[in-house]
Design a protein around this ligand. Sequence first.
Ligand SMILES: Nc1ncnc2c1ncn2[C@@H]1O[C@H](COP(=O)(O)OP(=O)(O)O)[C@@H](O)[C@H]1O
Ligand SMILES: [Mg+2]
Length: 289
Amino acid sequence: MNIPNNVKELILKRKEKFVNDKNLQLIGKPGYSSPDEHILPDALTSLVLHKNVLLKGPTGAGKTKLAESLSAEVGQPMHSINCSVDLDAEALLGFKTLVEKEGNTTIQFVEGPVIQAMKNGHLLYIDEINMAKPETLPILNGVLDYRRTITNPFTGEVIKAAEGFTVIAAINEGYVGTVPLNEALKNRFIVIDVPYIQGSILEGVLKSQSSLSDGDLIKSFVQLSEDLVTQVRNGQIPEEAASVRALIDTCDLAVFMPPMRAIQRGIIDKVEDEREKAAIRNIAETIFG
Ligand SMILES: Nc1ncnc2c1ncn2[C@@H]1O[C@H](COP(=O)(O)OP(=O)(O)O)[C@@H](O)[C@H]1O
Ligand SMILES: [Mg+2]
């Protein structure tokens, strides 16, 4: 990876800050394979400059994997929120609970991921941020801009983020069920496009992350992916048909069943439209038929 020296210094500085952190188990696992030489270094550069980083790309393109790898590269613990689940202020900030102590009942506030990340100067990963309910995101405005501050509505506490606090968010723009991210919000991020990996990089990921070991079969699946991506570009099939996640699942199945049936279960049957299904089946049959 080609990282400028001045960025390397900033990475080292950040690493040092967390060597004795009590939350080392929250550091992500590395393993993101970059489709080009700039994605990882540019995301890292933004991160060590304390810029919010927005990873933008289709489902199964490795956005979460990239976020975890960024956490690993800078050795910084990361708290995660997934916006596709029912997300309210409590899920973000925390909640009040009753605790028994020496016969007395007191109210205690259990800090949620946003508060924890801010107080500890950790990373905050907000997955599928454009799936969040519209009333949820404004809570984060002050967190994302230069103020880096939030007033906890449950306790009245004003929290100013500790140094190092940085937000990584992921969006899946264009995907069904998502709304385009509000411009004001998008404006607060550096955007890193995360496309599907292809060719030898995809081959490496299939070899290391699926249980398929037949090299020729893996090559055929890489070819399938390339043809699927071409048809995505032509508007013939939906983008998620080329998901790397779905392809890994398909390869796992293909260890135990004929490839066409694995493709049926892993890729084709996730698509609703009959014409799109037929298009994917045709592509697959020319390779595996
Ligand atoms: N570029 C990549 N490098 C390494 N693994 C990848 C890559 N793209 C996808 N994967 C793998 O595919 C699966 C889906 O990736 P994930 O990060 O969850 O995608 P996303 O968050 O974009 O939906 C994971 O198992 C991940 O390890
Ligand atoms: Mg994800």
